[in-house]
Design a protein around this ligand. Structure first.
Ligand SMILES: Nc1nc2c(ncn2[C@@H]2O[C@H](COP(=O)(O)OP(=O)(O)OP(=O)(O)O)[C@@H](O)[C@H]2O)c(=O)[nH]1
Ligand SMILES: [Mg+2]
Length: 292
């Protein structure tokens, strides 16, 4: 008891060691807490890949193929997003057909998020584009699935390109708005030209050029809409929000996906098919594996 009172007395008497130890505890505690929290956070955050694209393009069919490793039967149009945990081996060489859990290989796990493509349900995808590290998910790549067999129809091309424009513009703004500060990590985009098992499907190159042309047209119409609404050309040139809704190189005549490199956005277009004689999705799977 005597000892305890002595100790308390020592602690209560102002002295250099007490001040130093007290000061250190106060200073180091927040750091300690921060490191503990940061460690547990990195443990739970899964890299994720967002599946987007217009309704009927084949997102859920592709998602189901990756999940079950066999060609899926009929799907229904999606109303809500759905996620599946997938895995690729550490050297990113395993096929989507391999069950890494069964072989016991160490694997890089990731989350694939399927979203609905219906015009009124696209907010699900937009929300996830803006949410970095939210809900234990870190967005690493975007796969935009298009129907290569229907894209030669003007309405399909217009709807597909309008959706792609909104996705790319959001990714561009994410980088552009952070330009003064620390640049965010890059999020690449794969345009997966699906249904090339059908004879009327356009080859990847044509899907790419058709989309670029249509994106260029959308860009022109949107900026024209801005001018007609009373914003003069001078205002457009000098304002702080110069070309805010302009995708790619500002003022350029034609739109090319390469223009998005300036914003650290890499766009690849690859043809494939989920259905048909046998799935041809390996290029897409490899692309995903490289981006994780
Ligand atoms: N021929 C062919 N048909 C396909 C292919 N992929 C998907 N489909 C068919 O396309 C239709 C739509 O596929 P879904 O996967 O439901 O489309 P989705 O993109 O998920 O559409 P939403 O959920 O409405 O956004 C289904 O009837 C599929 O069987 C393909 O590679 N080739
Ligand atoms: Mg779906």
């Amino acid at each position: 008891m005597d000892r305890l009172t002595k100790l308390v007395e020592l602690l209560m008497t102002p002295s250099a060691p007490v001040f130093i130890i007290g000061g250190l505890v106060v200073l180091l505690m927040p750091l300690l807490v921060h490191f503990c929290l940061a460690q547990s956070a990195t443990y739970t955050v899964l890299p994720s890949v967002l599946l987007t694209g217009p309704s009927g393009a084949g997102k859920t069919t592709l998602h189901t193929l990756f999940e079950r490793r066999t060609t899926p039967s009929e799907t229904h149009t999606s109303q809500t997003p759905s996620s599946t945990e997938l895995a690729v081996n550490e050297s990113r060489t395993s096929s989507y057909r391999e069950d890494l859990d069964a072989t016991g290989a160490t694997a890089a796990r990731f989350l694939m998020i399927d979203t609905p493509g219906h015009g009124k349900l696209r907010h699900f995808a937009y929300e996830r584009l803006g949410a970095e590290g939210i809900q234990g998910v870190k967005l690493k790549a975007v796969v935009f699935v298009v129907d290569a067999a229907a894209i030669s129809e003007p309405e399909v091309l217009a709807d597909t390109a309008a959706y792609l424009y909104d996705i790319l513009l959001r990714l561009q703004k994410r980088v552009a708005s952070a330009k003064s500060g620390k640049a965010p990590y890059a999020i690449p985009v794969l345009v997966a030209a699906n249904k090339t098992d059908l004879f009327m499907a356009l080859p990847g190159k044509l899907v790419k050029s058709n989309l670029e042309k249509e994106l260029g047209r959308i860009r022109k119409t949107r900026s024209k809409g801005l001018m007609d609404s009373g914003v003069g050309a001078d205002d457009l040139g000098g304002g702080a929000d110069e070309g805010d809704d302009w995708l790619g190189e500002y003022g350029s005549e034609e739109f090319k996906f390469e223009q998005l490199r300036e914003f650290d956005i890499d766009v690849a277009v690859e043809a494939g098919a989920v259905l048909g004689d046998k799935p041809r999705v390996d290029k897409w799977w490899t692309w995903i594996g490289e981006k994780l």
